[in-house]
Ligand binder design. Structure first.
Ligand code: SAH
Length: 202
């Protein structure tokens, strides 16, 4: 996966590449499709939701530019795989999932890794996690036509937020950087994610 999918497509950060070697993706994939765990496409995780293809997980992670000290908010826990990757590269990871059944499965999958820095809750992630705000980094792993306002408010100055911005069928992976009250937007690439469903996603 690292040699065939991530490096040839430009993932360079050695720490990101190392973590993709370390975290077993198959632990997060439902048994029926576990033989495809390292394949170059998204996989179903139940409730009509998907785990992103490895390259997209790596790209979003690399764009966050993590040094190890950050408090990160993830919206869309899904399988828990992205949360595990983040937990290896940041200080604390707060992850929100709207489906109770997916959050439970993710917590189960994460048990064998013994992370003490991942905190998961079931809620509408478009509201952010005000009690734990502000965050150095925010990653939204579901598509929205707008950037949820509460997430921008809960992003620290000099913070970065990445999300697939756009309609249901295609979006642009967008990196937003907050600097002195201004927001800078950078288009990363075209992508397709499942929709973000919440109060501030339309
Ligand atoms: N990061 C995940 C992939 C998530 S797929 C992984 O590594 O596997 C997108 C997830 O976002 C789905 O599980 C979906 O239920 C969740 N989601 C959609 N809208 C949400 C919202 N408003 N709040 C929290 N989770 C949401």
């Amino acid at each position: 996966m690292v040699a065939e999918q991530l490096i040839p497509r430009g993932i360079k950060d050695p720490k990101v590449l190392e973590v993709f070697h370390k975290v077993d993706r198959d632990k997060f994939i439902p048994e029926a499709s576990r033989n495809c765990a390292y394949a170059d496409y998204p996989l179903s995780i139940g409730e009509n939701q998907t785990i992103s293809q490895p390259f997209i997980v790596a790209l979003m992670t690399e764009c966050l530019g993590l040094s190890g000290n950050e408090k990160v908010l993830e919206i869309g826990t899904g399988s828990g795989y992205q949360a595990a990757i983040l937990a290896e590269l940041a200080k604390e990871v707060y992850s929100i999932e709207r489906y109770d059944v997916l959050a439970k499965k993710a917590i189960d999958a994460l048990k064998s890794f013994c992370y003490t820095n991942i905190h998961i809750k079931v809620a509408d992630g478009t509201l952010g996690w005000p009690e734990e705000a502000p965050f150095d980094r925010i990653i939204v792993t579901a598509a929205s036509p707008v950037v949820p306002g509460p997430l921008l408010e809960q992003l620290k100055d000099k913070g970065k937020l990445i999300l697939p911005l756009g309609g249901s069928f295609s979006q642009v992976l967008t990196l937003i950087e907050k600097k002195g009250g201004n927001l800078g937007y950078t288009d990363i690439c075209a992508c397709v994610f499942v929709p973000l469903v919440g109060r501030y996603s339309s």
